[in-house]
Design a protein. Structure first.
Length: 370
């Protein structure tokens, strides 16, 4: 259905075409009153028809009979004008616009096809209809109009559906990353802490891991609630990105006992919200992967801001892995962590590089435009 922002443009276009055609008709038909008067009356009727239905424009989407009556009326008046003079085929520009923009699919094809017939009749108005050849030419012109205009309608519909599908797929991917970065990370941490609590040698150790699991559960719940509202991490609400990354690293280090060194260079005033979210999520996911898989004793996290780019690098001295296998989804978690990081960074026209091999640690570098 037509966007409300375009209603004025449609009306203005319609009246400009009508005024132009009426002025041309007056210049050509002046003195031929039997033609001029009916044509001017029909032009006024077309304009009046559009104005009469304008009060219904805000409710057209919920009133198909009103749409049908309006479009049928415009096509009928346009047809009668074309039967008087072929140059009124230019009015089909406005009629096509109404057919394309107001009529829901698949009835749009009917409206567009009827208007195409009117345009074909106008284009063939100078052809002879007294012979078989002349009639064939008229039919051919009408057929060409039908094929082109209905094909355009079909093509626009296919493109619209493809765009919608692409939007749906992008939204699914984005939500999958968001769920992974909030709930999945939290659950993984909780499971790790509860498993550690089961294996603790004393009550203090069990209490420490149980408290850490409860903290993760509370943080995860807060993230989930915030994600439902705005899909923006709570950590970025009140702090800058370097502070949010440093806080996340400090919290992670306290929970896991693995020391983290955080270095920041440059200023972060140029980053968009999406870029900040992407870098924070990448840092969080990289740390989660270190905890779950790396067996590392030390982690370094560097955050650098240049004139046109921001770069995050997370390095560990753990056992390493085969990045290509993880990105193919053959890891224990299907490799979705790395896949989600890559999709998130690349959606911002950034780059993600994973360097690792068994026994030699891992380095993850993410860059996004500033």
């Amino acid at each position: 259905m037509v966007d409300p922002r375009w209603r004025t443009a449609l009306a203005v276009t319609t009246f400009l075409v009508l005024v132009t055609l009426a002025a041309f008709t007056v210049g050509i038909r002046w003195g031929a009153w039997s033609h001029l008067v009916p044509e001017l009356v029909l032009c006024a009727a077309y304009a009046g028809w559009v104005l009469a239905f304008r009060p219904f424009s805000q409710k057209w989407s919920g009133r198909p009979p009103v749409i049908a009556a309006f479009v049928c009326g415009t096509i009928l008046i346009n047809l009668v004008l074309v039967l008087f003079d072929g140059w009124f085929g230019f009015l089909a520009i406005a009629t096509f616009t109404f057919a394309y923009s107001l009529v829901p699919w698949p009835w749009e094809l009917v409206a567009v096809g009827a208007t195409a017939i009117v345009a074909g009749i106008a284009q063939s108005s100078s052809f002879s209809r007294g012979s078989a050849i002349g009639i064939a030419e008229v039919v051919a012109v009408i057929a060409v109009n039908l094929v082109i205009m209905c094909g355009l309608s079909w093509g626009l519909r296919v493109a619209e559906r493809a765009t919608e599908q692409a939007g749906v797929e992008a939204e699914r991917s984005r939500l999958a990353r968001e769920i992974h970065d909030t709930l999945a990370q939290g659950f993984a941490g909780i499971i790790t802490q509860l498993q550690a609590a089961e294996q603790a040698a004393d009550d203090d150790g069990r209490r420490h891991h149980t408290d850490a699991a409860l903290t993760l559960a509370r943080d995860g719940l807060a993230e989930a609630r915030r994600s439902m509202q705005a899909l923006r991490p709570v950590a970025l609400d009140a702090t800058r990105l370097p502070d949010a990354v440093a806080n996340a690293a400090r919290t992670w280090s306290t929970r896991t006992g693995i020391p983290v060194q955080v270095h920041t260079e440059g200023r972060d005033g140029r980053l968009s919200t999406d870029a900040e979210v992407a870098l924070l999520r990448t840092a969080q996911e990289a740390l989660v992967n270190v905890e779950r898989h790396a067996g590392a004793h030390r982690v370094e996290l560097d955050l650098r801001f240049d004139a046109d780019r921001a770069r995050l690098e997370v390095r560990d001295d753990g056992r390493g892995f085969d990045p290509s296998a993880a990105l193919r989804g053959s890891g224990t978690d299907g490799g979705f962590g790395l896949i989600a990081m890559r999709e998130r960074i690349e959606s911002l026209a950034g780059d993600l590089v994973v360097e690792s091999r068994p026994g030699h640690g891992t380095a993850i570098r993410a860059e996004v435009p500033a």
